[in-house]
Design a binder for this molecule. Structure first.
Ligand code: 9YW
Length: 442
């Protein structure tokens, strides 16, 4: 993977290059997820990107979150894509048919992504507060003003997606998990049979020319079929359970929500909404318990569940470590920590860097170059590492930091990496990869 400037000289150069990537992807209104492949704002990318931006400029970081919040639906849902004017991405806003459902003037998709936002906002505000002065004032004001909007977002997830009291978020599309083609969804997708699908032409495989790094056309047809089903139901939350062929309890999104509720409670307490904190803590507890209840006693991994068949979902993926994000159960935390160090994960001696891959590297159907079916995703490792640290695990945090920085020194800011060779794959100059580089360096 030729790179004239690689490998980078030192961490200072890594930081400079990461800042340059974010600046180059900044349209002024948003930092697009990637230069060519993803020329729009993605919901959870925006949260990670904002965290990275806050190491450079707190106002710019807050503007990113404000832009995302500007696309929040009346229901409270925050859409997974906020479209820019850039052409060339498929499926674009027309395919989503969200006009009239999304706020006036906003071009968005009609589904969501994992709710990591409040967690990253807390981080940004704490960073700004520590810095003091104007940055602190702006960030604290932003928190005060936006806490009600984040509560509506979490409240929507809880009522529209977890109204059964399971403490587990239902997703209606693999895209909502953020881990599009993970083997987590092979079972549920195998039962999705596209009917009369509007014709389509993909654009992702024109940009990432090696098609083996992307989902297959068959997978893509299923993705679009689900979009069509939801659009036909006008994204009406009450109708989706009756019409969508894919319904999964997403353990990872649920863990993200548990911890984000905790973070939002802290923000509410500190920034003018203390009365909301108890209810947010109850929500945190509800989702924490939901996540813990999915753990397979045999393997120690947390599991998604196919709502339509009632089946547990078994493939060993990074989502199995959801309890490391959320659990209060010390024994479970210890068991999962030992697991992630083991030969199926970071202890696999074949790895280029001792970091967890998106799918266990010993999984029978591992595809080390294909998207969420094997590659290592820097953003995921940073998010998990910060969760470990928050629960006191400085040791693993330090080890993953060292390994992640060593991985990133090759200098492409890949979307994802081949686990055994360290080759950068997918899009280069991916914003959230640059953002986590800055976070690791901070
Ligand atoms: C797509 C932007 C998004 C991420 C997702 C990732 C991928 C592709 O890229 O999605 O076309 O939506 O799976 O998690 O938000 O970086």
């Amino acid at each position: 993977w030729p790179n004239p400037d690689a490998p980078l000289k030192d961490h200072a150069e890594l930081g400079d290059r990461a800042r340059a990537v974010l600046a180059a992807n900044d349209t002024g209104a948003m930092v697009t997820a990637a230069p060519n492949l993803y020329p729009h704002m993605w919901s959870w990318d925006a949260a990670f990107v904002a965290a990275g931006l806050s190491t450079i400029s707190v106002p710019r970081a807050l503007a990113e979150l404000a832009h995302l919040l500007g696309a929040q639906w009346e229901s409270g849902m925050i859409p997974h894509i906020v479209f820019s004017e850039a052409p060339g991405y498929f499926p674009g806003v027309d395919r989503w048919r969200t006009e009239g459902v999304s706020p006036p003037g906003v071009k968005s998709s009609g589904i969501c992504q994992p709710p990591v936002h409040a967690t990253l906002l807390r981080r940004i505000v704490e960073r700004a507060t520590a810095r003091g002065g104007e940055a602190a004032r702006l960030a604290e004001d932003f928190a005060r003003q936006s806490v009600p909007q984040w509560i509506r977002w979490h409240g929507w997830l809880r009522s529209a997606r977890a109204g059964d009291g399971s403490g587990l978020v239902t997703i209606y599309h693999g895209w909502e998990s953020g881990m599009d083609n993970s083997p987590r969804f092979d079972g549920p997708y195998s039962r999705v049979q596209p009917g009369d699908l509007e014709p389509f032409v993909r654009t992702d495989t024109r940009i990432v020319e090696d098609a083996s790094q992307r989902p297959s056309d068959e997978e893509y047809a299923r993705y679009l079929w689900l979009v069509q089903q939801m659009a036909d139901a006008a994204f009406d939350d009450a109708r989706l359970p009756g019409v969508v062929d894919f319904q999964v309890k997403d353990v990872f999104a649920s863990a993200a929500l548990a911890t984000a509720n905790e973070d939002l409670a802290v923000l509410a307490e500190r920034h003018g909404h203390a009365g909301e904190a108890p209810r947010l803590r109850e929500w945190a507890e509800e989702f924490r318990e939901g996540v813990d209840s999915t753990v397979d006693p045999e393997t120690g991994l947390a599991r998604d569940r196919d709502v339509l068949t009632g089946e547990w979902i078994d493939p060993p993926t990074i989502a199995g470590f959801a309890p490391l994000i959320s659990t209060a159960d010390r024994a479970l935390r210890e068991r999962q920590s030992a697991l992630i160090d083991g030969p199926d994960w970071t202890g696999d001696p074949r790895l280029a860097f001792p970091l967890p891959a998106s799918t266990s590297t010993t999984y029978g159907d591992l595809r080390p170059r294909q998207y969420w079916r094997g590659p290592v995703w820097p953003v995921m490792n940073w998010y998990l590492a910060t969760a470990l640290r928050r629960h006191g695990d400085e040791g693993r945090y330090a080890a993953w930091r060292q390994a992640s920085l060593a991985q990133l020194m090759e200098g492409h800011f890949g979307e994802y990496y081949e686990p055994f060779t360290g080759e950068p794959l997918g899009s280069w100059n991916q914003s959230w990869t640059a953002a986590v580089a800055l976070e690791w360096l901070d």
